[in-house]
Design a protein around this ligand. Structure first.
Ligand code: DHB
Length: 316
């Protein structure tokens, strides 16, 4: 008798358990949390550690054609509710990075691609797309001279997407910047050009911090991109507007550190969420934490699947 009651309860519990699976551009994720570009994305070892900590997918650091040293220190500054950073895209270059990508196992891999010309993006995409599940075009780095040109001009951004789509056999996401008045036009243009997904947003700004003791700017680059909790409302607004104006799946990124943040981003229209600054703050355990908080929220509100949350705020 007791055994039957126990089995009955277990069945009830499992049938109520929300399903965290989601899909972006045809890629199945076991849950909607994705390691965002720029954090722990430099080596196979760190990407595999993030994968085993429960992330639904991982994104690499942005990769250029040739190795890049990046800016000199200080490159990162911690603020009360986030960071300002100007790393200057340090990375080992496409050829060397292949050796890392070959060793990443058991998780969908998104390779972040960056360049200072369309030709450079295309060459990096050609070299790396066979080792990844999706490419993410970083058209929105605020810290290098040409970093935001593609992200703020619908014309050049769609030309870039068209050329990348010609060489890529895998889906292509475009990581958009909030630092433009052209967000909707750029989003519509990349959709028309054949992009499969949009990642939104990249860091906000650029910002600047001055040390009043010395009277000097703190970051060696003077300017840096702002991330963390304080940018979340901007990210939510951008995702909402992109969802309103395109049919593309969205990876919503910016200030997500709890299950409730993730739910909010999904309701704005994202199908998955990127986690960056929260990994810096709390370590890789943050993926399981966010998933379990999201599950509890869904259980309380009787949502059974992620699909029920995606774009909910657009329907009101
Ligand atoms: C860097 C690149 C980015 O895309 C960003 O948003 C912030 C910093 C960088 O490497 O400097």
């Amino acid at each position: 008798m007791y055994k039957e009651v126990f089995i009955f309860n277990v069945i009830i519990l499992f049938s109520m358990k929300p399903n965290l699976e989601t899909k972006i551009a045809g890629i199945k994720l076991k849950n909607p949390t994705i390691l965002a570009a720029g954090v722990l994305g430099n080596t196979a070892e760190s990407l595999n550690r993030v994968a085993s900590s429960g992330a639904g997918a991982v994104t690499t650091k942005s990769i250029t054609l040739n190795p890049k040293k990046g800016h000199s220190n200080p490159t990162v500054l911690e603020l009360e509710k986030g960071f300002v950073n100007a790393m200057g895209l340090p990375n080992p270059g496409a050829d060397k990075f292949v050796q890392e990508l070959e060793k990443v196992k058991g998780v969908p891999v998104i390779v972040s691609v960056v360049g200072s010309s369309i030709e450079e993006y295309v060459k990096v995409a050609e070299k790396l797309s066979k080792y990844a599940d999706m490419l993410e075009l970083n058209v929105s780095c605020p810290n290098v001279k040409t970093g935001m040109i593609f992200g703020s001009e619908p014309g050049s951004c769609s030309e870039l997407v068209r050329k990348i789509k010609k060489v890529s056999k895998i889906p292509v996401s475009v990581k958009l910047t909030p630092n433009t008045t052209n967000l909707i036009e750029v989003a519509k243009a990349v959709e028309k050009a054949g992009a499969d997904c949009i990642t939104a947003i990249n860091t906000v700004g650029p910002g600047m911090v001055i040390d009043i003791e010395t009277g000097k700017t703190i970051l060696s680059n003077k300017y840096g991109g702002i991330s963390g909790e304080m940018v979340k409302p901007i990210a939510v607004r951008c995702v909402y507007e992109i969802a309103q104006n395109t049919k593309l799946p969205i990876i919503g990124t910016g200030g997500i550190s709890t299950g409730k943040d993730a739910a909010e981003m999904l309701m704005a229209g994202a199908s998955a969420v990127g986690i960056g600054t929260a990994v810096k703050n709390s370590g890789i355990k943050v993926f399981r934490k966010i998933c379990s908080e999201l599950e509890q929220f869904m259980l309380r509100k009787k949502y059974k699947s992620i699909k029920e949350l995606v774009g909910l705020a657009l329907k009101s």
